[in-house]
Design a protein. Structure first.
Length: 250
């Protein structure tokens, strides 16, 4: 009897797909069927709209759209996470833990207009004094036709540690892994389309603090200096939070 059950368990484990095997380790996901307000802690639409729309390739996805206005910067971003009706946060109680955000994105923006545009941020909340609220990292363009991975330090210093031509009008898979830390034992990793990227220091992990406030907020969408030449959209699909790359890879 024991041998029979052991064989059955082995067969079931072999039949599980990788996504099924890791499903229990997904801490949060942005299911479009639930709607943006149910999966994000806040919707920043100044100006803009955040809706669920159908993409020809991946079906129901979250769509961010913004346009020019006369009030300065233009922000259309989702902020933070919600789970079971309450905010779901990564913060002080999680120092020392490792997390991974994974998602698919398609960006229809103008990366050659000479203005900065942020399309993803891990944003600091509850910082004090002169410590920056932006960071610890951002995916953005400076309007130079390139996509940069910007790293911010608690002192406010910033630097670009990875750069590629900006991919417009096409889907790309992204995963960012990081160890939450207030010191230099923290680190970040970046994956694009299943390939771990190498930073400008020649390493695949970049050391540095990833928390200096009370918690971090993940932010997707379009945040840009204005005016920025017309409408811009961003599409989000398969966004997840987990504790390993395999948990969240699209």
């Amino acid at each position: 009897m024991r041998a029979h059950w052991a064989l059955t368990a082995t067969i079931i484990a072999a039949l599980l797909t990788p996504s099924q095997a890791h499903a229990a380790n997904v801490l949060w996901e942005a299911d479009p069927a639930k709607g943006p307000a149910a999966v994000f802690d806040g919707l920043e639409q100044d100006p803009g709209s955040i809706t669920v729309a159908n993409d020809a390739k991946y079906g129901a996805s979250i769509k961010y759209e913004t346009w020019d206005w006369s009030n300065g910067k233009e922000r259309c971003e989702s902020r933070g996470m919600r789970k079971n009706g309450s905010p779901y946060r990564i913060g002080s109680a999680d120092v020392g833990k490792t997390f991974y955000f994974g998602w698919r994105a398609k960006w229809d923006v103008n990366p050659n207009g000479g203005h900065w545009i942020a399309v993803y941020q891990l944003h600091i909340s509850g910082s004090s004094g002169s410590q920056p609220k932006s960071g610890p990292f951002v995916l953005r363009t400076l309007g130079d036709g390139k996509l940069h991975f910007q790293l911010t330090a608690p002192s406010g210093g910033t630097k670009h540690i990875w750069t590629v031509p900006f991919p417009t009008g096409q889907w790309n898979d992204w995963v960012i892994g990081f160890k939450l830390s207030r010191g230099n034992d923290g680190w970040v990793e970046l994956y694009r389309n299943g390939v771990q990227q190498t930073f400008d220091n020649g390493q695949k992990r970049y050391a540095g603090a990833t928390l200096w406030g009370t918690h971090v907020n993940t932010k997707w969408g379009v945040y840009r200096s204005g005016p920025n030449s017309g409408r811009a959209t961003a599409w989000l699909n398969s966004a997840k939070l987990g504790t390993s790359y395999a948990d969240v890879a699209p």
